[in-house]
Design a protein. Structure first.
Lengths: 273, 305
């Protein structure tokens, strides 16, 4: 029995590290080949260069795409967080019939093939006579960001002590006043975390943007166009490395805020309970 | 006397107050969730209904003929090209979801049972790669599996093979490897959540009653984590059937999937009704396959107990 246990105890960590390596291998190759002197991504590396990075600011199409992505990302994260706040608040604070069905519907884009969500949206928008633009991309991105916003926000809203809100109401604060002065400060980290997560999703999202964009491409759509040309690959890898760094920073920040929110709501609840 | 009357009146008043409070609470809940609900209704439910409607129509050059017909479904189900693409997509998504779950389970188990105080860090480490651009991750696999790729040069350097293998890229295997990597986190997280819920005292009880580690795992931990396995399987299987980026970039001619055909109908080929019928068929078939898998897993879990 102990031998078996020892085997299991040694086997699992080894497997865990191998698995992590498998997860990170493709991701870590991006930065490696983005500083390779040869434009063909293969080992052995021929030398180190930052030329591919230097070339990025001299590509107007890329700068336009980056700007478009920024605009779409900010708009989508604001909207999805706003809608996420409403839904997460309703689900954590109130009991009403149809609660599960409605939240199931809101979370549905998470488990549907993205192409089907994208083409159905495309059909409707075209039928309504809307022309495709960054606005239609924002609509699509909000749709798929809301489930993530909801998850982050529900975990932030849940578990916090409702007696604080009741106390505020008893002391004569209006419902909105209570939300602004009691609830909001407690859940602020979760809200910022939702903004960051949905911005990151929007920044990397391709399928929706591919179908719903008009003449202005977002960054992933621009990258898709570049992938056809082998010569453009190192520039794409450099761009990808920058995006990777940006995503990593944003998500680390979001995770730190989420944990702070969790600690804060738990701590206050603990003191009062 | 007055006290007794009050004693009778208060519960009634309290009940009335409670009832109106309940109603207003329901109304408030609905009011608060309605913007998000309406957004999902208008941009998700309505569009899907429109797609279903289109699948019963036909298109003549640029105009849509709205007479009811099952012609598109006949094409989608009997034309060999679409039938083959659909079957291959189902095969790929079944393989990918099974591989992903089997590979992810030990990791979720490790984090849940041996993660100690660093559980949060482990989970964060696992999710990070999935926040990088999907396109670039697929691209990276192309670099790894290619003729001059990392794997080929590595194997040649080790002397395992003499010349680069072309069997790695541009086929179904490449698609399966790439998707298995792409969906790992989506399988780890639900399994981890269900393992966290496993009551540890049950395992202790089994130990006290003389069950070894393997029996303990098979009779307690595994059956109790079935809900996590099922949701992991579904969350991987259903979306992967509609992937068109991976087949396009690493699949080559033999790796094309149904989503590539759907994309073509809404793009170059511009036949919306056929694209709609292909989408509806794909969703229906993958839902059936998912339901069957859930049924089989639950049945197996019951038998194992």
């Amino acid at each position: 029995m102990t031998a078996m246990r020892k085997l299991l105890a040694n086997w699992l960590p080894a497997y865990a590290f191998l698995y992590i390596a498998f997860l990170y291998l493709p991701v870590l190759l991006l930065p490696v080949f983005s500083v390779n002197a040869s434009p063909i991504p293969k080992f052995p590396l021929t030398g180190v260069t930052l030329d591919w990075y230097a070339g990025l600011p001299q590509t107007p199409a890329l700068l336009d795409a980056a700007w478009n992505s920024l605009v779409v990302g900010v708009a989508a994260s604001l909207l999805s967080t706003l809608l996420g706040i409403c839904a997460a608040r309703a689900i954590t604070r109130y009991r009403f019939p149809g609660r599960r069905a409605v939240s199931g519907l809101i979370m549905a884009p998470l488990v549907l093939p993205e192409i089907i969500v994208a083409i159905s949206l495309l059909l409707v928008l075209l039928q309504l006579g809307l022309s495709l633009s960054l606005f239609t991309v924002v609509l699509g991105h909000v749709l798929i960001c809301i489930p993530y916003s909801m998850t982050v926000l529900t975990s932030g809203f849940e578990g916090f002590d409702r007696s604080l809100e009741e106390a505020s109401a008893d002391l004569g604060e209006s419902a909105f006043g209570t939300f602004r002065r009691v609830t909001l400060p407690m859940v602020a980290p979760a809200i910022v975390s939702s903004l960051l997560v949905s911005f990151t999703i929007s920044l990397d999202e391709f399928v929706m943007a591919f179908f719903l964009t008009g003449t202005d491409p977002t960054l992933p759509v621009y990258v898709w166009g570049q992938l056809r040309f082998a010569a453009k690959l190192p520039g794409v890898l450099a761009l990808g490395t920058l995006l990777l760094a940006a995503s990593f920073l944003l998500l680390t920040l979001a995770e730190m805020l989420r944990r702070r929110a969790e600690r804060r709501t738990k701590l206050t609840g603990g003191v009062l309970a | 006397m007055t006290a007794a009357a009050e004693g009778q009146a208060t519960p009634r008043i309290r009940r009335a107050v409670q009832k109106s409070l309940l109603q207003s609470e329901q109304a408030q809940g609905w009011a608060l969730i309605s913007p998000t609900f309406l957004f999902a209704l208008v941009l998700l439910v309505a569009p899907i209904l429109v797609v279903i409607a289109h699948s019963f129509w036909t298109q003549d050059y640029l105009t849509i003929d709205r007479t009811f017909t099952l012609e598109q479904y006949r094409i989608a189900l009997t034309e060999p090209i679409y039938r083959d693409l659909l079957l291959r997509s189902l095969y790929v998504s079944l393989l990918v979801s099974v591989f992903t779950v089997v590979l992810a389970y030990p990791i979720a188990y490790f984090i849940s049972f041996h993660g100690g105080r660093r559980k949060g860090l482990w989970l964060f480490l696992i999710t990070i790669p999935f926040w990088t651009s999907y396109l670039l991750r697929v691209m990276s696999w192309k670099v790894i599996l290619g003729y001059n790729g990392v794997l080929n040069s590595g194997l040649m350097g080790l002397g395992v093979i003499d010349e680069p293998s072309t069997a790695l890229l541009y086929n179904t295997t490449a698609v399966v490897i790439t998707l298995t990597h792409a969906w790992a986190a989506f399988a780890i997280l639900p399994i981890y959540v269900s393992l966290e819920k496993v009551d540890r005292t049950l395992i202790e009880a089994a130990t006290d009653l003389g069950d070894g580690p393997l029996r303990r795992f098979l009779r307690i931990t595994l059956p109790l984590s079935v809900p996590g396995i099922v949701s992991a399987l579904l969350i991987v299987m259903i979306p992967t059937v509609g992937d068109f980026v991976t087949p396009r970039l690493v699949g080559g001619k033999d790796g094309v999937m149904i989503a590539n055909a759907i994309q073509a109908q809404f793009g170059k080929a511009s036949n919306w009704p056929l694209g709609a019928a292909l989408s509806v068929t794909t969703m229906a078939v993958v839902t059936a396959m998912a339901a069957a898998s859930v049924f089989i897993i639950r049945g197996a879990a019951r038998l194992a107990r």
